[in-house]
Design a protein around this ligand. Structure first.
Ligand SMILES: Nc1ncnc2c1ncn2[C@@H]1O[C@H](COP(=O)(O)OP(=O)(O)OP(=O)(O)O)[C@@H](O)[C@H]1O
Ligand SMILES: [Mg+2]
Length: 252
């Protein structure tokens, strides 16, 4: 079977004042097309580092990352930037949006740079509007980013991350800055996208959020200590309880 994402012996070492911090030590895992995989683990265990090294936002020290058959750890900065723009979507806890642009212009921005769909500006705008409609934020299209709620802003970030139809969506604590209600709405959207075929790799502290993944990796001491495949046929509460029991066994 061909994996959408394959990570092999990934290492990341930070050196600060000649002191080495081996954050990732030979991490290997695969993600299948259409999966939604969660990454959990204690604070400082390297979850964000893993996400950034896998997505090429940051260079790994060694090891391989293969996305859809292409070894991205071998690419030049320029080639990598193009893969990030065309094939990857990103959502972060801290929502980065341009202050002097409206919500809609922010969402459109990655598409302006991207020619993979051979679209006219008008087609890009139409697709942007339809994404905003789908995520329930069309009414704030013309607002500035400081004129919307946290949940709306995060939904706008999701819309932006999807503008170029990524093969995989990377999310680092996508609900970390949101209250329960907004968090649940944002997760509904991410799950909906996943059901429609977008592969998702997501870091989260929140067991309720992670319980919506099909598989959860637990990172500790620089490596994947264990992984949990969500059993089929459980309701929401049962999934969360099952995951929490497993997390306790991991020392969570
Ligand atoms: N840019 C950097 N330079 C140096 N050290 C870093 C850098 N980024 C992270 N680290 C170190 O790497 C380790 C892992 O950090 P990372 O942010 O990946 O953890 P995390 O699991 O995402 O934690 P949290 O749950 O708190 O977000 C920490 O010891 C951190 O201090
Ligand atoms: Mg982190």
């Amino acid at each position: 079977m061909k994996h959408l994402l394959e990570v092999k012996d990934l290492c990341k070492t930070y050196v600060i004042e000649k002191r080495q911090n081996n954050v990732l030590k030979n991490v290997s895992f695969t993600v299948e097309d259409g999966e939604m995989v969660g990454i959990m683990g204690p604070s400082g265990s390297g979850k964000s580092t893993l996400l950034y090294s896998v997505s090429g936002m940051d260079r790994a020290t060694s090891g391989k990352v293969i996305l859809d058959g292409k070894e991205i750890t071998k690419l030049s900065e320029r080639e990598l930037a193009s893969v990030r723009l065309n094939d990857m979507g990103f959502i972060f806890q801290q929502m980065f949006m341009m202050k002097n642009l409206t919500i809609m212009d922010n969402i459109l921005l990655p598409a302006i740079e991207c020619d993979k769909n051979n679209e006219s500006k008008k087609e890009k705008i139409e697709r942007c509007e339809s994404l905003m409609r789908k995520l329930g934020i069309i009414e704030i299209a013309g607002n500035d980013i400081n004129e919307v709620s946290g949940g709306q802003l995060q939904r706008a970030c999701i819309a932006r991350s999807l503008m170029n139809n990524p093969k995989v969506l990377f999310a680092d604590e996508p609900t970390g800055a949101l209250n329960r209600q907004s968090s649940s709405e944002v997760m509904d959207e991410i799950c909906k996208l996943n059901k429609e075929g977008t592969t998702v790799l997501m870091v989260t502290h929140d067991a309720k959020v992670a319980s919506r993944c099909s598989r959860v990796l637990y990172i500790a001491d620089g490596n994947i200590q264990s992984e949990y495949k969500m059993p089929e046929g459980l309701n929401e509460k049962e999934r969360e309880r099952a995951l929490k029991n497993w997390l306790m066994d991991q020392g969570w």
